[in-house]
Design a protein around this ligand. Sequence first.
Ligand SMILES: [Zn+2]
Length: 213
Amino acid sequence: MISTFLSKIKSHEKKVINGDILSEIPACILCESPGSNLSIHERRNRHVYIIDNGEVIDKTTLQARLKCAVCERTFTHRPDFLFPYKRYIPRQILELAEQYRQPNTGYRKSVRHDYRTICWQDRDRWFSHVTLWRWLFYFGHRHQLIKHILSLIRQRSPSSSVFRRITPVCPAKYRSLKRKGILERSFRLVDAVREQISIFGKIFFPNFGTAPR
Ligand SMILES: [Zn+2]
């Protein structure tokens, strides 16, 4: 699994360096003019945290800032394996969310690997269970993202069982209805992404899916 992420990161970095990344961007995200109007304005280092075998590995990759010749504004191009301002890979966090979803599993238990809390490679800090809660909170507010993924699935596979699946939340996991709602939507996203991977073979998050709406 880690080799998949590492090769994605490497190939993304290469494309940022040689400019090939431009051919993958269909339009300016600010004014929607064709991608042929974009150029690389700046290349920035970006940390990516990968969880492998119970350890967090800190990798550095490059991210491109693009300039649009039409609207003359700049924006950051986000690789499809990352969310803006987030360092962990969403797909790996979704796996932890899936563990948390099991009955009788709290946050602390969910961030364990082989009975040991996930830790950093240099072992000077643990993966905090609070990080998992923050991610669930983040996922639980991605209404548009959930809708979008489900609509892609509906177009390709209208009879998918994901539309009939209910996402019960174990009552021990919440004390308020608000938190229950956040967890329900997080688990809905977990289901939708899992179905997306099984149908399309990959996970992709559109840009709008990263804003809290
Ligand atoms: Zn533009």
